[in-house]
Design a binder for this molecule. Sequence first.
Ligand code: UFG
Length: 323
Amino acid sequence: MRVLLFGGAGYIGTHVSLAFLDRGDTVGIYDNLSTGREENIQQGVKFYFGDIMDRKRVSEVLSEGWDCAVHLAALKAAGESMKEPEKYSTYNITGSLILITECLRAGCNNFILSSSAATYGEPEYLPIDEKHPTNPTNYYGYTKLAIEENLKWFSRLKGLKFASLRYFNAAGYDEKGRVMGLEINPLNLIPIVMEVAIGKREKMVIYGDDYDTIDGTCIRDYVHVTDLARAHVAAASYLEKEKENLIVNLGSGKGISVNEIVGAARRLTGKEIKSEYGQRRAGDPAKLVASSALAEEKLGWKAEKSDVENIIKSTWNVYKRQK
Ligand code: UFG
């Protein structure tokens, strides 16, 4: 299969490219390197420098002939999206429409979207399945929902086939050490914990200790990026064989608290990792846990590498070399 990854030089995209390469597919990466890294682009991948807002360049690269497009090129900081929605509407929504319409024009009718648990908003019940109402609490989550709605329309009107993969908390690094370039300016919990462990930050702040959870800190569903990557390969095969659209959650189904993550990181890195409790972060739900039963049913997918040990160890392997 010939697969083109938009945003394939980013943290998740690099792992997705490895999963396709491991299966023997032909992989192309289209990226503007704003947060991705050229050093993470694997040997054998054809790299196209470009921005998704550049319709001419997108069209030129798509004209080379691809069986499936994977769209991982987006802005993803939920907090920032509330302050600068204009940026998110342009890049995430308009940018996605450029990709969708150009894919159709080029005859690349299979489309995989990196979507997010942020499409659900505050959970009404747990674990969250795909029937859960979608009421995003931040503009970022809304942009993902808007793209999904457009995918449905372009499927109905123009025959596009799509799979939207709603990631929960992506974490971890390739266990074989094939990805060594760190994400640029990460704002997520585990990278911040790691930056304290290597001395790049003096301490970290745990946002809130008064949630209604086992230890008062927020619960999240951390899913190993290699597990996520495998789901893209399964989704590409699904689209090719079943010719049916798909919207699925991808999570481990296990809820882990912030304190448990910090504790595991201390144990596995042997570092002190100074932390203090701070204010709650606006927009943070207390608990987010996925049901991935549909992904299992449709794709035969289950998280396999997503236990905390694996996630922390594989991340530490990359961070400890940064000193
Ligand atoms: N946290 C801290 N201190 C920090 C950073 C994070 O206590 O310095 C806490 C957060 O408050 C939250 C948990 O750690 O309770 C996880 O936070 P992240 O920022 O790592 O992840 P989020 O759950 O906020 O969001 C992530 C992605 C979103 C995606 C969501 C799906 O960034 O894009 O997971 O669950 F939508």
